[in-house]
Design a protein around this ligand. Structure first.
Ligand code: SAM
Length: 239
């Protein structure tokens, strides 16, 4: 079975544009830079925090955040981490190569903040989504915060695209892509992935609330790469 985890690993070894390696369009390079300020706010990231990013790719978010908090730890496919290391390394950075669902937790400390951005839809099925979230929660310190960011909820996307704002956006987007002339690399064929909808987002909120957590759905600023169609879930573990 080819999962997105493998496909992203293959992508990191075969192309050089870091925006495209992270699954975004070449024309979204500038919009991608607006993601970190939004995450800093939603995670309430502090200089004293130790941050874990699960599915950090080649470091588009991890590298800038490493200048803000005490330490950063990234987990992803070895080919992604190879590329990240060639891009930037520093003493407060640790990397763990492997599929998070298989990584041995004993080697990892607990974290004040955990980021999972644009990753949950890469998993094979809903069962994996809940296993992934539960495993991440076990790595949070009491009072810690987890951000499940950039969730492509297809109901939200349909609501946006059926509005006048959505129709206008689509016209502008098609023109922008045509004018950019940037080629988008093909993705290796993936055999299974998760389709997010309103029901699954609400199930996640309820699931973590049964585990001593508060949870909230947040919108994204529209000028983020997928700001009109994706949403974020903040999970706050009880102190
Ligand atoms: C869409 S990219 C996002 C990368 C980065 N978080 C960002 O937003 O720039 C998804 C990343 O999640 C990683 N990923 C997917 N499933 C994973 C898993 N089970 N364990 C670790 N990483 C995973 C992929 O390899 C890929 O690098």
């Amino acid at each position: 079975m080819t999962t997105y985890y493998h496909a992203y690993g293959a992508r990191a070894s075969s192309i050089n544009n870091h925006t495209q390696i992270a699954g975004r369009y070449g024309v979204q390079e500038l919009a991608e830079k607006r993601i970190v300020p939004d995450i800093l706010h939603k995670l309430d990231l502090q200089a004293t925090d130790n941050l874990l990013e699960i599915g950090c790719g080649t470091g588009n978010l991890l590298i800038p955040m490493s200048f803000i908090c005490r330490s950063v730890t990234g987990i992803d496919h070895p080919s992604c981490l190879d590329k990240l290391t060639k891009r930037y390394q520093h003493s407060g950075q640790s990397l763990v190569a492997g599929n998070f669902l298989d990584v041995d937790l004993i080697t990892l400390p607990k974290f004040e903040k955990i980021l999972v951005y644009s990753v949950l839809h890469c998993l094979a099925d809903e069962g994996e989504v809940f296993d992934f979230i539960d495993k991440a929660l076990k790595l949070l310190k009491p009072g810690g915060r987890l951000l499940l960011g950039d969730i492509p909820n297809k109901d939200r996307k349909n609501r946006f695209l059926s509005s006048q704002a959505g129709a206008d956006f689509l016209t502008d987007w098609n023109e922008q892509v045509k004018q950019s002339g940037i080629d988008e690399p093909a993705f290796e064929a993936v055999t299974s992935s998760v389709g997010f909808d309103d029901q699954l987002v609400l199930q996640i909120l309820a699931h973590v609330r049964r585990q001593n957590c508060e949870s909230y759905v947040c919108s994204q600023p529209c000028d983020l790469p997928f700001g009109n169609t994706r949403e974020d879930i903040i999970v706050q573990l009880g102190a």
